[in-house]
Write a protein that binds this ligand. Structure first.
Ligand SMILES: Cc1cc2nc3c(=O)[nH]c(=O)nc-3n(C[C@H](O)[C@H](O)[C@H](O)COP(=O)(O)OP(=O)(O)OC[C@H]3O[C@@H](n4cnc5c(N)ncnc54)[C@H](O)[C@@H]3O)c2cc1C
Length: 446
């Protein structure tokens, strides 16, 4: 039996009866921008060609990087790199439509910037998510993906989710894993009330006492770390902030137009079909378009704050440049840090009330979800799962089903993989791949 009926008019699946699994054509894991864009692209397929689709999201509501929503933070991409515009500028899910609905389109352009506020982009995503409510199940954490095999051929996947302590099962022919990146802490660091990744920033900082905080530390030299420094400097006027990073100072993110072309939809083909060693070199060369780099405006603001402190005869930002953490030991009241300078070889110890780790993110290895089926995924020489151009994982057994890896393919599809720049076009490609395969399988005209 085919898992898909492309002639079915309604794209949403029917709910299962108790104890049953729910069968859908497409099961999305995560409902961040990547899978939201896919939901829209599927929704915009012609009537009769829409597969059934359900997206599982572990958060209770739609929330994009909610602990980094500083009121004054700007997006790093133009408004048109929203969920749809590069694929379908007439879509009702565009950022411009959101502005029209909120009576702000004139002032958005009067501002003279193509970059929305981060809070504004988050509100746009919530507005879009509300219109896609029928596709998504919140509070649903995917805990396992099991390949279903028939005579050695993978024909589908069973996906297990935890919904407020209750296990639910789904069966799908195509699974789209778009669970985002995983926060990365320094080696040996355990997250807790005194040690946080920037991914938890606003929630954790709210738990710090308003008074009595005198020493804080921020580790890292990228955008999130820099924003954390600015925030803490303003929020804790009585505190010294130790800024630990491996470089000599913040490096600006390259936002110049030729470098920006690395994010173009056409760059995905350039990157994917280039020899592996050239891909690596290209990635390194254009690393600072996104990684370990800071918006020049943020750098200027930090420098101004630092300079104003010095004019007032104090030093609140302490720069541990070209340095690395050698020790991080937290107890109930604070954290002991060991910091080693790569310039002098000297070590310093500081005791802080809390340490914020702006130490980046790493790709989610799908093996964490397909535990017990490691042989399923074909990997490159560095152990990373390989993906085809259509983002489906290269699977070892013969397969009529696909596990799409979305947002984890920097090594095969280039630097835009984890970003917003290409979500709209990528979602369109995914929707077409899903639809075309369904048409072939059912022998329909499509
Ligand atoms: C503070 C910050 C600012 C950023 N700003 C920009 C920017 O301006 N421009 C840009 O291009 N990029 C930016 N990025 C990069 C960011 O990765 C993308 O903006 C975008 O969030 C990627 O979308 P995604 O859907 O792939 O991943 P995510 O947005 O991370 O979404 C993944 C979703 O999957 C859910 N999930 C995870 N695991 C499970 C599970 N097991 N079961 C169910 N659900 C699960 C998560 O809760 C999450 O909602 C920023 C990143 C950060 C941290």
């Amino acid at each position: 039996m085919s898992l898909i009926d492309v002639t079915r008019p309604d794209a949403r699946s029917s709910r299962p009866s108790a104890g049953d699994h729910e069968q859908v054509d497409v099961l999305g894991i995560g409902f961040g921008p990547s899978n939201m864009a896919l939901a829209v692209a599927l929704d915009e397929l012609p009537d009769g060609e829409r597969p059934t689709a359900v997206f599982l999201e572990r958060q209770p509501t739609s929330a994009w990087h909610r602990h980094m929503l500083f009121e004054d933070a700007s997006m790093q991409v133009a408004f048109a790199k929203d969920l749809v515009t590069f694929r379908n500028p007439q879509s009702r899910f565009s950022f411009l439509q959101y502005l029209v609905d909120h009576d702000r389109i004139a002032d958005f352009f009067n501002r003279g910037s193509m970059l929305p506020l981060r809070t504004e982009f988050s509100a746009y995503l919530q507005w879009a998510a509300a219109q896609l409510d029928d596709y998504v199940r919140y509070d649903s954490t995917v805990v396992g993906i099991e390949p279903l095999e028939d005579d050695g051929v993978v024909t589908g996947f069973r996906v297990d989710a935890e919904v407020r302590g209750v296990r639910q099962q789904y069966v799908a022919r195509d699974v789209v894993l778009a669970a985002g990146l995983q926060p990365q802490l320094p080696a040996g660091a355990e997250p807790g009330p005194r040690v946080w990744h920037t991914a938890e920033f606003l929630a954790r900082v709210a738990e710090l006492p308003a008074e009595g905080v005198t020493e804080l530390a921020v580790v890292g030299g990228g955008q999130s770390a820099a924003e954390a420094v600015l925030y803490l400097h303003a929020a804790y006027p009585g505190a010294t902030i130790h800024c630990v990073h491996s470089g000599y100072g913040y490096v600006t993110s390259d936002m110049t137009p030729y470098a920006n072309r690395i994010f173009d939809p056409s760059a995905v083909d350039d990157y994917f079909f280039a020899p592996a060693e050239n891909r690596r070199e290209l990635f390194e060369r254009h690393h600072t378009t996104n990684y370990s780099a800071v918006n020049p405006n943020t750098i200027d603001r930090i420098f101004d704050a630092d300079y104003a402190d010095r004019c007032a005869g104090r030093q609140r930002l302490v720069w541990h440049k070209a340095s690395r953490l050698t020790e991080l030991r937290a107890d109930r009241d604070g954290v002991d840090l060991g910091i080693s300078s790569l310039l002098t070889g000297g070590d310093v110890s500081v005791r802080v009330d809390a340490v914020v780790c702006g130490t980046g993110y790493r790709a989610l290895d799908p093996s964490t979800l397909v535990a017990g089926h490691e042989r399923l995924l074909v990997r490159d020489e560095d152990g990373r799962p390989l993906a085809n151009r259509d983002y489906s994982a290269v699977l070892a057994p013969e397969s009529r089903a696909r596990l799409f890896l979305v947002g984890q393919t920097n090594h095969t599809h280039g630097i835009s993989s984890t970003l917003l720049s290409n979500v709209a076009v990528r979602a369109g490609e995914l929707a077409d791949t899903i639809r075309e395969a369904a048409t072939v399988r059912t022998g329909g005209a499509g």
